[in-house]
Design a protein around this ligand. Structure first.
Ligand SMILES: [Zn+2]
Length: 365
């Protein structure tokens, strides 16, 4: 009898632990499912296509530099859109993502996040230059440089408040090793050389060469990336050229050619197809992993489901309500890739849903 009491206590305690474990587990599952950042379901699913991210610098209230008659943000966007057409024409089958395709403000961290999350192969940030002396001329290309390889940089930057907490969180979650950084640096330098030599060959002004810079949009990328200053808006003639149909045509042709050279020289299209084939042979059908892995979450309610749906809900093509614990998640659409979900976001917002979020959802299969 003496032993009975402690035994009961032990049993209650262990039951409580099991219960606690169960609760924590459920909580973890919930966290995973409501995470607005897409994760790869713990399996690194290769994209059989080459993905290129074009990043028109500045936007919204951030005008960039100003010429005599144009703002950099507008010129950058014009070039990016033209470049998208040129690449699509020159290299069929590549996926092109713009970090913004309207006059909107996108933070530097968000630009990096878009590129990293879409597992892009190549990142090209587009800018125009400016100097007080009006006659400065030429194009130049920037890469992240050697400080990017410094192992202590994250801590150093954090101490000096140079790094946005979100970017730091992202890096801590998924850091890049120094070996990987060296490879990326080499690839970025190769890309920069191709970009700069193509600009030199195709534009009617001089090349100012390749420079090392600690730009945020380059430093945290997990792919080859460069930032190109296509010319000077502070130079009247150059501003006129960049804004002209001929100028836009030549700049986008020059950039698209260098992207094409990079893809061809690194055998990128074949290597990606090969990686995908290996994945399929390892996991059987890759379709079950790839299909329908994203959805758009429009609302979460706690405790009880929504009893009245406003008329705007009728305009959604589909609604899925998922109950987990005491939360109800209201989602619309299933998408095979993140970009497709992102393309659908503006349409959902137009229907009057203020803050739709792309979420990872389990595959239907
Ligand atoms: Zn700029």
């Amino acid at each position: 009898m003496k032993l009975h009491k402690p035994q009961s206590l032990l049993r209650i305690l262990s039951l409580f632990c099991i219960f606690l474990g169960f609760c924590l587990n459920i909580y973890a599952i919930n966290e995973y499912n409501v995470n607005p950042l897409p994760t790869s379901n713990n399996i690194d699913i290769p994209n059989p296509n080459v993905v290129i991210v074009l990043d028109p610098g500045h936007g919204g209230y951030d005008k960039g530099c100003t010429g005599h008659k144009s703002h950099e943000k507008d010129v950058n966007l014009l070039i990016a859109k033209k470049l998208r057409q040129s690449i699509e024409y020159m290299i069929p089958g590549v996926e092109i993502i713009l970090t913004r395709d309207s006059d909107s403000f996108v933070s530097l961290e968000k630009r990096v996040q878009i590129a990293n999350q879409s597992k892009a192969d190549l990142f090209l940030s587009i800018h125009c230059n400016s100097l007080a002396e009006g006659h400065a001329t030429g194009s130049e290309t920037h890469i992240a440089g050697l400080d990017f390889v410094n192992a202590d940089q994250h801590e150093y930057l954090k101490r000096h408040n140079f790094i946005h907490p979100d970017a730091l969180k992202e890096l801590k979650k998924n850091p890049i090793s120094n070996a990987e950084k060296m490879v990326l640096l080499k690839q970025s330098l190769d890309l920069a050389e191709m970009v700069q030599s193509s600009l030199h060959d195709n534009l009617p002004y001089k090349s100012r060469g390749i420079k090392e810079s600690g730009f945020t949009v380059l430093k945290y990328l997990k792919m080859a990336g460069v930032l190109v200053e296509v010319g000077f808006l502070s130079n009247k003639n150059q501003e006129q050229y960049i804004n002209s149909e001929k100028g836009l045509e030549e700049i986008s042709y020059a950039l698209a050619s260098s992207v094409n050279t990079f893809i061809t020289d690194t055998n990128l299209i074949e290597r990606k197809k090969e990686a995908y084939k290996t994945f399929v042979s390892k996991f059987g059908s890759a379709r079950s992993f790839i299909e329908e892995t994203y959805s758009i979450e429009i609302l979460i309610t706690k405790g009880s489901p929504l009893l009245y749906f406003e008329p705007k809900w009728d305009n959604l093509e589909s609604i899925y309500i998922v109950k987990e614990n005491d939360h109800y998640f209201y989602r619309t659409g299933y998408f095979t890739n993140y970009q497709a979900a992102q393309n659908a976001l503006p349409g959902i917002q137009q229907l009057g849903f203020d803050n739709p979020q792309i979420v990872n959802v389990p595959s239907k299969n």
